[in-house]
Write a protein that binds this ligand. Structure first.
Ligand code: PXL
Length: 445
């Protein structure tokens, strides 16, 4: 396992700083070491105080961690004060050729100074020549270069300027660039534009820390600087998409997003399997309609059919018993999977659906059982929907959801023109859906 050292400040809010760095390093498979340079007292909206760690304590942390041998790469973030910068200028040269990424942190996104001293840009400059790459954002690049850096061409100029000041390579981050958040890497010879997409949502805290730490991990793994910067940008995008709102202020970037997502995916399969076992044990095969059943469950935040698990061979009636043909898998249910995606757009918690045989009296049964119910009439289906293969369930579900303004427990239709009538049971999870389906059947049959 690669060892990645972060030399950075602590963010008590857990969104940025050494907390974000260590999460990033761990999430990318590295072992994180840390030297803490400053303690901030902050939350999601403000930095209340900043206390640089005494320089001797910084030195002893560094001495202790490197006594185990040199790290495979180093990330330097918030340094707090000039004395700590001076200490590092003296120490970091000893680590050459270990890759070193400097995030020249000057201010927090909430506007507080994170480096004390008058001419902050001058304080940091002696570190530049010791780095593999420095990663200023637009406002840091503007301060460091003494000019407005606010478009691709000024980002390129800033890269050349900072390279002349000693940085072997410069990645100017365009996170706040309009319209697209392109980053520009100057590698000492040429410029590379690294495209990104604007992610809608609240402002997010800690993205620069995650980016620089991810670059450090990728460099430790032997990737080229351009590959490391490109992959790190994708990683930050994913971590922004799943940012977590912890308070009134900015959301916290979530470097563990992909781990949570993949752990959630195996839970999705296991929950589907367990609930199907109950259905097979307790349910009557008659529940399965002529077109057969499917049982679909979306992972948290599902957006595409590949994020929804189902049974590719469908669920069938074998001599009066319910049986599945195969194991659940992601992308395994086209039709019922679409209903789940449609429901999740209205209520992200309603992630599960099972279709069962239609029986007259379903509406009364639902009322009796206090289940919410909606229906659509396939005769109302517009021609273009009928022509588009697989779109009619989406249309019917959308129609019911927009009429009700919420996702009901049951949606049914009475069929039309060779289309079998159908009941769809919806719920938050497979266990709930099977329980509802079994109660409904008990009442109906
Ligand atoms: O995002 C820059 C940053 C770095 N390190 C610490 C911080 C911040 C921003 O608030 O608090 C400790």
């Amino acid at each position: 396992m690669k060892k990645i050292l972060t030399i950075a400040g602590s963010d008590s809010g857990g969104g940025a700083g050494v907390q974000a760095d260590l999460k990033t390093i761990a999430a990318l498979g590295g072992h994180g070491l840390c030297v803490i340079t400053a303690l901030t007292a902050q939350n999601s909206w403000e930095v209340r105080s900043l206390n640089p760690v005494p320089v001797e304590t910084v030195e002893s942390q560094l001495g202790a961690v490197v006594a185990d041998g040199p790290p495979d790469s180093i990330k330097v973030g918030m340094l707090g004060g000039e004395d700590i910068v001076r200490l590092l200028v003296g120490k970091l040269a000893d680590f050459s050729p270990v890759p070193l990424v400097l995030d020249p942190v000057l201010r927090s996104s909430s506007g507080s100074d994170l480096l004390s001293g008058e001419r902050k840009e001058e304080i940091l400059k002696p570190l530049f020549s010791l780095c593999t790459v420095i990663t200023p954002n637009l406002s840091e690049a503007s301060l460091l270069c003494g000019m407005k850096v606010n478009d691709i061409s000024s980002m390129k100029e800033a890269g050349v300027f900072l390279h002349r000041l000693g940085a072997p390579a410069v990645l100017v981050k365009g996170g706040h660039l309009d319209p697209a958040p392109t980053d520009v890497l100057f590698d000492g010879t040429s410029h590379h534009e690294i495209p990104g997409e604007r992610i809608p949502g609240p402002s997010v805290h800690g993205t620069g820390c995650v980016l620089s730490s991810a670059i450090a991990v990728f460099l430790a793994q032997g990737k080229s600087l351009l590959d490391a910067a490109t992959e790190a940008k994708l990683f930050v995008g994913q971590s922004i998409r799943e940012a977590c709102k912890v308070g009134e202020g900015a959301a916290c970037v979530q470097p563990t997003a992909h781990l949570i997502r993949s752990a959630g995916r195996s839970d999705v399969l296991a929950e589907l399997d367990r609930a199907l076992a109950t259905l097979c044990e307790v349910g009557n095969g008659y529940l399965v309609p002529e077109v057969q059943s499917n049982f679909a469950y979306g992972s948290v935040g599902a957006e595409s059919p590949e994020d929804v698990a189902g049974f590719p061979g469908r669920i069938v009636n074998v001599k009066g018993k319910i049986r599945s043909v195969g194991l659940p898998e992601f992308g395994g249910s086209k039709h019922i999977g679409r209903i789940v995606l449609t429901a999740m757009r209205v209520d992200p918690e309603m992630r599960c659906c099972l279709n069962i045989r239609y029986k007259e009296g379903v509406e009364d049964a639902c009322h009796h059982l206090s289940l919410t119910v909606g229906s659509f009439d396939r005769a109302d289906e517009p021609n273009d929907v009928q022509l588009r293969e697989g779109s009619s369930l989406e249309w019917g579900t959308e129609k019911v959801l927009s009429e009700l303004g919420s996702v009901p427990d049951v949606i049914f239709d009475r069929g039309h023109d060779g289309k079998e009538p159908m009941i769809r049971v919806l719920g938050k999870n497979p266990e709930q859906v099977v329980a509802t389906a079994l109660r409904l059947c008990e009442r109906l049959y």
